[in-house]
Design a protein around this ligand. Structure first.
Ligand code: GLP
Length: 261
């Protein structure tokens, strides 16, 4: 894994936007994986700035979401499709019809999950997947104990995740849905390039396990140790439990700028 420790979230946003710009310029049918949560916010803001200034266009880009709550009404402000529309689609020029997510309102959940896997494959797979991480080491909504080979499926959210996400639901944990549809760890691992962002002390333990711990379904993000191209962007607080933080700084500082992420 390449570890990049940044001074502030905007620096990470700019580096990831550079990688996305390069992808869009060098690929005929670019496919982006988008994540919700607060961590990718600076990336979407920077993409919006570049589109507004004419430096970037996402008109030919397709995007696939990682996950979706089950049971929230279509217009609910915390439904992940609504969040992605607000934070990523509206500030850029991506065609909303090119943005896909698992159908959290489907009658036949298994069918909806299988259809979603097929849609990702039909688009040619995901070129660059943006990821956050839960404080318990989940990626997307693959909670501790998830199969590291899992595919898109229904999951029950842990109490920890519902408590963490209550801040988006007026601090009322009872309003956070109990179930979700999520890409599996195995689905995520098929993306060409995984770009994970984590900021703040509350992520330090999960980052420590993900980068330096033994691979375990109890910390699903540790599966990323098997992926050939992972970039992890952290602030000092999220990096504070890494034994190899100083080596990571040295490696990044000596990397030629033109190489990008
Ligand atoms: C949710 C999302 C994850 C996200 C995590 C962390 O659980 N399903 O995809 O990574 O929250 O969110 P944040 O970036 O707000 O800390």
């Amino acid at each position: 894994m390449e570890i990049v420790i940044v001074d502030m979230q905007e620096t990470a946003g700019s580096l990831v936007a550079d990688a996305i710009s390069h992808l869009v310029e060098s690929t005929v049918n670019p496919v982006l994986g988008v994540a919700t949560g607060s961590s990718p916010g600076a990336v979407y803001r920077e993409l919006g700035r570049r589109v507004a200034s004419g430096q970037l266009s996402l008109k030919n880009t397709q995007a696939f979401m990682l996950d979706e709550y089950v049971g929230l009404p279509p217009e609910h402000p915390q439904r992940y499709r609504v969040v992605i529309d607000r934070e990523f689609v509206q500030p850029t020029d991506i065609d909303p019809a090119n943005v896909h997510g698992p159908d959290g309102q489907a009658q036949d959940i298994d069918q909806a999950c299988a259809d979603y896997e097929r849609a990702i494959a039909a688009a040619g797979g995901i070129d660059l997947q943006i990821l956050g991480i839960g404080s318990d080491g989940h990626i997307a909504f693959n909670e501790p104990g998830s199969s590291l080979g899992s595919r898109t499926r229904l999951k029950t959210l842990t109490k920890q995740t519902r408590v963490d996400n209550a801040r988006f639901f007026d601090d009322n944990v009872d309003s956070v849905p109990q179930h979700c549809l999520t890409q599996g760890v195995g689905t995520i691992m098929e993306a060409d390039h995984l770009v994970l962002l984590a900021f703040g002390q509350s992520k330090a333990e999960a980052i420590h396990h993900m980068v330096e711990g033994p691979v375990s379904a109890m910390w699903p993000a540790t599966a990323l140790q098997f992926h050939p191209h992972v970039t992890v962007l952290l602030d000092e607080a999220a990096a504070s439990r890494l034994q190899l933080a100083s080596y990571a700084r040295q490696a990044w500082d000596s990397k030629p700028a033109w190489q990008g992420l």
